[in-house]
Design a protein around this ligand. Sequence first.
Ligand code: AMP
Ligand code: MG
Length: 518
Amino acid sequence: MKLNIKDKFNKELPADPILENSRRQVSEACFSFVTPKITAKPELLHVSHEMLENLGLSKTDTTSEEFLNIFTGNKVLENTTPYAMCYGGHQFGNWAGQLGDGRAINLCEVEHNGKNWALQLKGAGETPYSRNADGLAVLRSSIREYLCSEAMFHLGVPTTRALSLALSGDQVLRDVMYDGNSAYEKGAIVCRTAESFLRFGNYQIFAARQDDVNLKHLVDYTIKHHFSHLGKPSKATYIEFFKEVTNRTLEMIVHWQRVGFVHGVMNTDNMSILGLTIDYGPYGWLEGFDFGWTPNTTDRQHKRYRYGNQPNIGLWNLLQLANALYPLIEDAAPLEAILNQYKTDFESKSFEMMKSKLGLFETVDNDEYLIKDLEENLQLVETDMTIFFRNLSDFKDEDTGFEVLKNAFYDFDNMSSDIKEKWELWFLNYQVRLQQEFTTHQERKAKMNAVNPKYVLRNYMAQLAIDDADKGNYRLIDELFQMLKKPYDEQQEYQKWFTKRPDWARDKVGCSMLSCSS
Ligand code: AMP
Ligand code: MG
């Protein structure tokens, strides 16, 4: 196996001088060297062939013992020194101090075709940042991360990716719903990849410790390797840097809103500096369209990270990043201006996004009312977001509106006449509005189908793959993986997955209720 290893993070940034793998506060360092844990009986379950290619590897590489051993942490690649990153973060709105890679170990960085890929094992054992946990991951959460990160990539959403999914052969003790019912589960390891895994929290930790020297070191490093188009570090460059992180974060969240993805734990340690979706934990996909929905049971009370609040939380998190960068800039005005611009941009970008979902491309007055009415209607009775928007591309006129969209409603037969009227009015308005477009129906349909996915990783689908995998059957992981590579295509062979959540999944743990336990 030949990888073009080009380590930078652990070569150019300050390392923790202590090599012992003990839990501790690590100051004046960006990371600690650490060796992955030897596993009992590693077994490869799935590999992303596209990620292999991205790294300059081929399918035959995956059949070697070496591949298995390296991507489960049982062997360290020659000339590499694995490490865990030090970061802090705000969790659920409160500063939590040092967090760090508690169950992630970076192997190395690889350069291929002009791209940088950091390779990281999730669940490969404890690190100085493991606090009171074991550094391991279970199969259930590993399948969820593996499938979803690749699915998001194919949906066109900026994201970290995944190379491989493996069983460790170890048993891992977890209390899934935090109710005192611990049980052993299969341990697993995902090798995930990204240009960089840097998070807002990596900068925040230095700012919190008033360590401006290392803060500057890390920001300069980030600009040099990941934002080099911004030029040499200076106060002006730092402002531009913050502006670009803001824009990327906004863009990512608008994509989330478009496809109905709810991250579930938008803590600042889970916000990528590159604007990538990162840390797939208790995330979920909207089934019924509902701004108030969150999949994360830990957040059930306040619903801080609910679907409709993601844009606001993005802004709140960016404010924390601005505070962290302030010592390097010493001028609040430009940072405030960027944050204010986020609010304006968010309005205009989500408006454009919603217009594209409706197949509206001309600029016409009152579209905001058409969209607002639609969002209200969608929440009157349980209405499947994915099916609704996908089928909307078949909408021709008011008279056949229900025929085309009926399938999106959970209980169409019992819809009240009041609600039916509201929909009929909306259909009429939409029909009238469509007459102001210059595209043919076929053109509109093609454009709408390119932004409204037919297939997303509904929570119950991931759970079915998990239930099978627990019994040793991994076929469904591959089926979903293959299907989610082309989420916008019709793929008749997968039609059975273009359906509303079945009733059994409504209140099932893993489907509608998820916790951070992974
Ligand atoms: P998360 O909510 O997954 O973003 O995790 C928050 C923090 O807890 C991060 O610093 C993680 O590294 C750490 N963490 C979560 N689960 C574990 C685990 N099983 N072992 C060690 N650290 C963990
Ligand atoms: Mg995290």
